[in-house]
Ligand binder design. Structure first.
Ligand code: XIL
Length: 361
């Protein structure tokens, strides 16, 4: 397809700005023909894709991509044709990139970066500092200087490796406690104190002057104690001159009736935008254990519409491609079916909900 999605994530209004060429004749894609993606069709009218619809609205549409599925041809075709943005689902996490102290492994992350480059997707790195998927040697360090050195070295090595190939980073992930009362009591907070967040962002900026640097969290998408705490954290960072560019709203949510409401998400995005920060929906899925596809469609539509209504909102990313590979399978229920493609890669009703939202319908 067009291959002109290099609009970048930089200046306001710049996201996807030069991607207009994608709007015309995207190959394959939506409307229930996802398995034909990439074949160019046989006389069928050109169809819109998630990627082209997002591009026309000046935004990126992303998915969590898992390197382990890229050899599956349907997976690769849909990933390539429908998305303009990729977040490695696990491949750039600390447990993968530095399982042993000082020994860095980039193979699976590189695989995603190469796939993205081939297919004109931009990549957001995920994630540098997080309390999960952390190798056991990290929380074993109790000395502050030692842990500080380890954290800075990890950030420096990983960000430097991907400099020029990754346009944004989730620098700190899930750093606020669920009750919003404080920073989460991770090994980083306990050993290094609150300053670890600023230090992490500064190290990321030193390693890549051009990557957009994000704070990313869940349960802080709407208006509540936790999102107030995220707001306070990033407001403080901005006022201290810490290099932060945006806030990621994960958006692992239930059906339409559940919180957060799209109105609250819009409000939260606006106050973050007022700080001069970008926002993104970074990990959206909508489980329908006790709901249905129609409700799911409305939910996807309304959240994407909130992004479309907010100039500071640069991208929406869904946390996986087909339902069968969702991280939620077997969690809330056996088959939460939370994504936009079914197990056969056919576009679900929510797919058109997303497209409609990008077209302002
Ligand atoms: C999840 C992955 O999807 C799973 O494959 C893995 O086993 C655990 O992590 N918030 C995040 C993501 O920031 O990194 C998590 O991804 C989902 C919750």
């Amino acid at each position: 397809m067009g291959g002109t999605s290099a609009g970048g994530l930089g200046a306001a209004g710049g996201a996807g700005g030069s991607g207009a060429g994608e709007g015309g004749t995207p190959a394959g894609g939506g409307g229930g023909t996802a398995t034909d993606a990439g074949t160019g069709g046989t006389g069928a009218a050109p169809q819109v894709t998630l990627r082209s619809a997002a591009s026309i609205s000046g935004r990126f549409f992303g998915a969590a991509i898992n390197a382990g599925h890229l050899d599956e041809s349907d997976y690769a075709a849909v990933a390539a044709n429908e998305f303009s943005f990729a977040t490695p689902e696990n491949e750039m996490k600390w447990s993968v990139t530095e399982k042993t102290r000082g020994t860095f492994t980039f193979d699976s992350g590189d695989r995603i970066v190469a796939f993205a480059a081939q297919n004109n997707l931009l990549v957001k790195g995920h994630t540098l500092v997080w309390h999960n998927q952390l190798p056991s040697w990290v929380p074993a360090i109790q000395d502050a200087t030692d842990l500080h050195d380890a954290m800075i070295n990890h950030i420096t090595q990983v960000v430097s490796h991907y400099r020029g190939q990754v346009v944004a980073w989730d620098v700190v992930n899930e750093g606020i406690a669920d009750n919003g009362q404080s920073l989460r009591s991770t090994t980083f907070y306990q050993v290094l104190g609150a300053g670890y967040v600023d230090d992490a962002f500064r190290a990321a900026r030193a390693a890549d002057p051009y990557a957009r640097l994000y704070y990313n969290d869940y349960g802080a998408e709407g208006m509540n104690a936790k999102s107030n705490a995220v707001y306070d954290l990033v407001q403080g960072m901005v006022s201290r001159g810490v290099p932060i560019n945006g806030v990621g709203l994960q958006m692992h949510t239930g059906p339409a009736a559940s919180s957060p409401s799209a109105a609250d998400v819009a409000k939260n995005m606006q106050r973050l935008a007022d700080l001069g920060l970008d926002v993104m929906i970074t990990e959206m899925d909508v489980q329908i254990c006790t709901s249905d596809l129609t409700t799911q469609t409305a939910r996807f539509h309304d959240i994407v519409a909130a992004c479309v209504a907010q100039p500071a909102c640069k991208a929406v990313t869904v946390w996986g491609v087909p339902d069968k590979y969702s991280w939620l399978n077997g969690q809330t229920c056996t088959t939460p079916r939370p994504l936009l493609f079914d197990d056969n890669y056919l576009a679900k009703p929510a797919y058109m909900g997303v497209i409609d939202a990008f077209f302002g319908r």
